[in-house]
Design a protein around this ligand. Structure first.
Ligand code: SF4
Ligand code: SF4
Length: 466
């Protein structure tokens, strides 16, 4: 049964365990607690190879708009936009058709540049406003919510919890595809669903190939945040870049950075007028203890988009890894981002320096994974990515076993409310938000028997203990 009042809807979102599906998993019932004038549904999906958000937009456009309407009502926003890349014609058409009946909601066609889905970049592209550096879009009167999150909100309003999501399985696999996978699906099962790996020795990136994280192994599980499972050969540069020790990365920066500034000239946050200049950070780390503290602290302003390392640096250096290392080090020391400036203005050459996605794909060494998939399809596909089958009936996968992490979101882990041996129904609550804490509820993604409770809850399918 549908719920109507704003407070009821917020409660329904909380009860359903909805978290930001495209970012750090911030609990949605908390995010929507402030008033703004604009909500942007983020369907940019700017990471190459992924088509999970496209699947949501093509298959469930009405749900995305219903979720957007709820978000607008909760935040009292009068304007709503669904931002989707112009090249994703099927998603654009589906959303434009659905939005024809919606007052105050427009579909905004984005250019095919990377990282156009970054919240600071997106808000500027869609509204012309600037989000102050080091701040959230709220400070510019905007809430940005991923399209998959909004579809989950629409489900939540109907009493349906988040127990599955679209995931693109791509890279060095036999049959790249986008499927609806229960939360907790083992990565090994997902790769098998995509026909298995094409190489013997490989690593898996959870998320997009550029900004995703290496999975420790294939026993890792799909979470509410997993938009992609990318299989890459062990010696692929995107794997090596992640595996290199941060001390080695910093040593290389000291030895080889020629201060050409190419990283800064292409940095999307620098081009928005934020006070980050990666070449100055590289110089600062070369100076050791005498480094200017301001330059080191400006690493907080890094979005970790990796443009500097992938497209910018001609010497193969990785300012993004240096920034990650600096942020971790500053966080360990209890330091916080001191940069807050609402008077930002874009670089005059920003438009010309935006990075086309095709350049990012070529420089990242993943063009063959796009091309090969299109060959497999035997036709040019509207979605233009390995998730091209999103427009067809979605593959819905039923694993024998799921392992559902208790921490898939910002905040503290959920507290289990089931024990080994308990029988659970699909959609049933298995872990609760601790009293007074930031967190999200967790639900059973399949029916079965709980066989383990630790950092994750393991459920084996069926009604009998195996
Ligand atoms: S990763 Fe590099 S390009 Fe991206 S914001 Fe950080 S410094 Fe700039
Ligand atoms: S592009 Fe590379 S070499 Fe040039 S300043 Fe940046 S890190 Fe140094």
């Amino acid at each position: 049964m549908a719920v109507a009042a704003a407070s009821d809807i917020m409660e329904a979102i909380r009860n359903a365990g909805v978290v930001g599906a495209g970012g750090a998993g911030f609990p949605t019932h908390v995010k929507f607690s402030r008033s703004v004038d604009t909500v942007i549904a983020n369907g940019a999906e700017c990471e190459p190879l992924l088509a999970a958000d496209q699947a949501v937009m093509v298959i469930e456009p009405a749900k995305v708009l219903a979720g957007l309407r709820i978000a607008m009502e909760a935040t009292r926003a009068r304007r709503g936009y669904v931002a989707v890349k112009r090249k994703h014609e099927r998603a654009l058409r589906a959303l434009a058709e659905a939005a024809r009946r919606e007052d105050g909601i427009d579909v905004f066609a984005l250019d095919d540049v990377y990282p156009i889905g970054d919240e600071h970049v997106l808000v500027h592209e869609v509204t012309g406003r600037y989000v102050p550096e080091g701040s959230l879009p709220l400070e510019a009167g905007v809430v940005v919510s991923n399209v998959a999150t909004l579809a989950s909100i629409a489900d939540a309003a109907q009493g349906r919890p988040v127990i599955s999501r679209y995931v693109t399985i791509a890279g060095a696999v036999a049959r790249p595809l986008t499927a609806r996978l229960p939360v907790g699906t083992p990565v090994a099962d997902a790769i098998a669903l995509a026909g298995g790996p094409l190489v013997e020795r490989y690593r898996v990136i959870m998320g997009g190939p550029i900004m995703g994280r290496l999975a420790p192994d294939t026993s890792a599980a799909v979470t509410k945040l997993t938009g992609g499972i990318i299989v890459l050969p062990l010696d692929h540069p995107l794997v090596r870049m992640r595996e290199d020790d941060s001390r080695v990365i910093v040593r290389r920066a000291r030895a080889a950075c020629c201060q050409c500034m190419s990283c800064t000239e292409t940095c999307p946050r620098h081009l928005l007028g934020h006070r980050i200049a990666p070449h100055l950070i590289m110089r600062a780390v070369s100076m050791g203890p005498g480094a200017p503290p301001d330059a080191i602290a400006s690493a907080w302003l890094c979005s970790e988009c990796a443009v500097c390392a992938t497209v910018g640096c001609p010497s193969g250096l990785s300012p993004v890894r240096v920034n990650q290392a600096l942020k971790q080090s500053m966080a360990r020391k209890g330091m916080r981002n001191p940069y807050r400036n609402s008077k930002v203005a874009a670089h005059p050459l920003r438009a010309a320096r935006r990075v086309p996605s095709s350049r990012m794909i070529a420089r990242a060494g993943i063009a063959s994974y796009v091309t090969r998939h299109e060959d497999d399809l035997g036709e040019t596909d509207d979605l233009g990515t390995p998730g091209g089958r999103a427009g067809a009936a979605p593959v819905t996968f039923r694993p024998d076993r799921v392992s559902i992490p208790l921490l898939q979101h910002s905040g503290v882990p959920a507290v289990p409310c089931v024990s080994p041996g308990d029988e659970v129904e699909e959609g049933g609550l298995i872990a609760e938000i601790p009293e007074g804490k930031l967190g999200a509820r967790v639900h059973a993604s399949i029916s079965g028997v709980v066989t383990g409770v630790g950092e994750a809850i393991t459920i084996v399918a069926g009604g009998s203990k195996r």
